[in-house]
Write a protein that binds this ligand. Structure first.
Ligand code: HEM
Ligand SMILES: [Ca+2]
Ligand SMILES: [Ca+2]
Length: 296
């Protein structure tokens, strides 16, 4: 029941306002597009797309394992919200702002566009424990990834398409170190790719050192992520599992997207709309937060 025209009378310039703020944030730091896209994912997988991840508080989602010292871009979302509030006071939810910002972030790095539907409302709670259980870790096997996406109503095609988000952005050493030094059962990482990663990710220390999720084009939204997987050059164990985890439907979907960027773009757009529809608060449930970091 979300709708593309939800704000057409109450905030007719919403798209332009959000686009301007996101474009300038991405121009200032290309990686910010990736960080904003990831915030929308980490919101939607935890009690639906309700801006729960944006609430401050040490017992909330910001301090959950997948987010602490990792999720970023909250200041940019504050700037988007401030710009929206100055034209359309009290009408646009933080959850809708995040969904629209994610699309504008992808478009800013030359990725596909899609129609964003609106009408989500904001939660009054944030669940650290649900974030810890619902967001899959980078050590996930293919079957764990399938189950975790299935729990959100997302298919194996959606899993592979949405994982294509890792065509942009960075990951910290702590999230791929085990592959380099401990060896992960079933891992198939390319040997020279592995030695290159070891240079900036030592066996101890350097936990927050960064490596690009797509070693070829980390600031362009394209299909090279899938070609990397075919070459055993996915950065995270979970990335490589899509091609090498023994699930033939995942592997063949990776091949399809590696061979046809348009097929990836169209599946990504479809999957982003599906993800954005996970369990929204609507009608009189929840609220329109005045400040995305706090309940009213
Ligand atoms: C399939 C399961 C997934 C796993 C296990 C996973 C895991 C991760 C990890 C560990 C990082 C690096 C975080 C850090 O080192 O601070 C990361 C980054 C990222 N993830 Fe995922 N992710 C998954 C799916 C997704 C999805 C569905 C999206 C978006 C729709 C997404 C978007 C991103 C982006 C854009 C980044 C880079 C963020 C930045 O540079 O700030 N990921 N992911
Ligand atoms: Ca949420
Ligand atoms: Ca790329």
């Amino acid at each position: 029941q979300l709708s593309s025209s939800f704000y057409s009378s109450t905030c007719p310039n919403l798209t332009d306002i959000v686009r301007n703020v996101i474009q300038s944030a991405v121009a200032n730091e290309n990686r910010m597009a990736a960080s904003i896209l990831r915030l929308h994912f980490h919101d939607c997988f935890v009690n639906g797309c309700d801006a729960s991840i944006l609430l401050d508080g040490s017992s909330g989602e910001k301090n959950a394992g997948p987010n602490v010292n990792s999720a970023r871009g909250f200041d940019v979302i504050d700037n988007v919200k401030a710009a929206v509030e100055s034209s359309c006071k009290g009408v646009v939810s933080c959850a809708d702002i995040l969904a629209l910002s994610a699309r504008e972030a992808v478009v800013a790095l030359r990725g596909p566009s899609w129609t964003v539907v609106f009408g989500r409302r904001d939660s009054t709670t944030s669940s650290q424990s649900t974030a810890n259980s619902a967001i899959p870790p980078p050590s996930s096997t293919a079957s764990r990834l399938i189950t975790s996406f299935q729990n959100q109503g997302l298919s194996t095609q959606d899993l592979v398409a949405l994982s294509g988000s890792h065509t942009i952005g960075q990951a910290q050493c702590t999230n791929f170190r085990a592959r380099l030094y401990n060896g992960t059962s079933g891992d198939t990482i390319d040997a020279s790719f592995k030695s290159n990663l070891e240079r900036n990710c030592p066996s101890t220390g350097g936990n927050s050192n960064l490596a690009p999720l797509d070693l070829q084009t980390p600031v362009t939204f394209d299909n090279l992520y899938f070609k990397n997987l075919q070459a055993q050059k996915g950065l995270l164990f979970s990335d490589q599992q899509l091609f090498s985890g023994g699930q033939s439907s995942l592997m063949s979907t990776v091949n399809t997207y590696a061979n046809n960027q348009q097929a990836f773009f169209s599946a990504f757009a479809t999957a982003m709309v599906k993800m954005g529809n996970i369990n929204p608060l609507t009608g009189s449930n929840g609220q329109i937060r005045a400040n995305c970091r706090k309940t009213n």
